[in-house]
Write a protein that binds this ligand. Structure first.
Ligand SMILES: *Cc1c(COP(=O)(O)O)cnc(C)c1O
Length: 386
């Protein structure tokens, strides 16, 4: 064995011992919610395709038409020749949805945060990040070289204390947080964080990957508690409720102009395929055409939490924290035996000792199946028979 293979084998053995090794499983998606996995048909409560738009005929047709017209790939970075005309349309639509002057589309949500944060922040700057924020916010912070401090989850007083103690030592400051927390489903206190940013001259970035399309009437977490929260940098992804792929930032024209010339994940990475951009435009059409559609998944999540007496769902994501990784995995296996695909989420995605089942609700989930899932979880998991 080479030293590289020895290293990999040791690492894998240590992950196995802690039940933390992850493997890929072939999963064919039949439609928005039914999956085929290892010869079985399972109802998925694990997709972020909240509006089932991955399978929507209008969205699929738009992608196919764009491929026929513009080709499969963008051919180059957007700044070279990859900026096909669909980009401008999509950016106008996103800016309108988010009520900002402008928008910039990236290759993915992950790439967006890497590019945005590292373009705006540098060595002499201070980043305050909610401790439960998505991994790509931390990756962006690390790439920026700025001083990064974590504040306790949704704890505005702690964020203020850190600003109070550190702000004057740095040039610029940013607070970065998920708008909807991806593994907990709760919302960030954006109004309070925005007020804090005003007071200490800091910039607020909210990652709305799980907000766009489903929270705040489809406009995202900045719109969840009107009036709109004053978020300088509203970023998010087109890969969840929007059903396709790609990331975005909505902000002022000046900030977007800077991002388009300086964000390295935009400058040095190929533009999104035209079909993907067309799909996102068609998905926004579907959402804007029927405002009652966007509220369906959240309504289903709320019905589920009410049924089990859990804290009311604030988004389409409902966690059931089990704590131990082994127990969480066996709970997921039990649900799979019952025909449900529910993700077991383990560290390092969530903090140690908080392994959980993560349920996501979509517009197309049948109420009767939600009821069957609730009764099984109520009897066999919440009543600790497992
Ligand atoms: C999924 C997710 C991302 C990454 O988005 P991709 O488009 O999948 O790269 C970023 N932030 C949060 C909070 C997410 O849940």
């Amino acid at each position: 064995m080479s030293s590289l293979d020895t290293f990999a084998a040791k690492k894998l053995a240590s992950l196995d011992a802690k039940h933390l090794r992850r493997t890929l499983v072939d999963t064919a998606r039949e439609d928005g919610i039914w999956m085929l996995r290892e010869g079985r048909r399972l109802l998925s409560f694990s997709c972020n395709d909240y509006l089932n738009l991955t399978q929507h005929p209008k969205v699929q047709e738009a992608a196919i038409a764009a491929i026929r017209e513009h080709g499969v790939g963008a051919g180059a970075s957007r700044l070279v020749t990859g900026n096909h005309p669909l980009y401008a349309q999509l950016e106008t639509r996103l800016a309108r949805l988010k009520d900002t002057e402008a928008a910039c589309v990236f290759g993915s949500g992950y790439l967006a945060n890497l590019g945005i944060i590292s373009a705006l922040m540098g060595r002499n700057d201070l980043l305050l990040v909610d401790e439960l924020s998505h991994s790509c916010i931390l990756a962006g912070a690390a790439l920026s070289g700025g001083k990064t401090l974590m504040f306790h989850h949704n704890d505005v007083a702690h964020a203020e204390q850190l600003l109070h103690e550190n702000r004057e030592l740095y040039r610029h400051a940013m607070i970065a947080t998920d708008g909807v927390f991806s593994m907990d489903g709760d919302l960030a206190p954006l109004h309070e964080l925005a007020a804090l940013c005003k007071k200490y001259d800091a910039w607020l970035l909210s990652d709305d990957a799980h907000g766009i399309g489903v929270v705040g009437g489809g406009r995202g977490s900045s719109f969840a508690h009107p009036p709109k929260a004053d978020v300088d940098l509203q970023m998010g992804t087109l890969s969840k409720a929007i059903g396709g792929y790609g990331g975005y930032l909505c902000a002022s024209q000046t900030v977007i102009d800077l991002i388009k010339t300086r964000a390295r994940t935009l400058v040095y990475s190929t533009g999104l395929p035209p079909g993907t951009v067309a799909a996102a435009i068609a998905a926004l059409d579907v959402i804007e055409y029927d405002p009652n559609y966007a509220i369906k998944p959240l309504r289903k999540a709320k019905a589920f939490t009410a049924r089990l007496g859990l804290p009311e769902a604030q988004s389409t994501i409902v966690p059931i924290v089990i704590s131990g990784t082994e127990k969480t995995l066996s709970a997921a296996r039990m649900l799979e035996d019952e025909g449900f695909l529910v993700a077991a989420i383990r560290p390092p995605t969530v903090p140690l000792g908080t392994s959980r089942l993560r349920l996501t609700f979509t517009a197309a989930h049948p109420d009767a199946e939600i009821e069957r899932l609730a009764s099984i979880i109520g009897e066999r998991i919440l009543n600790k028979k497992i």
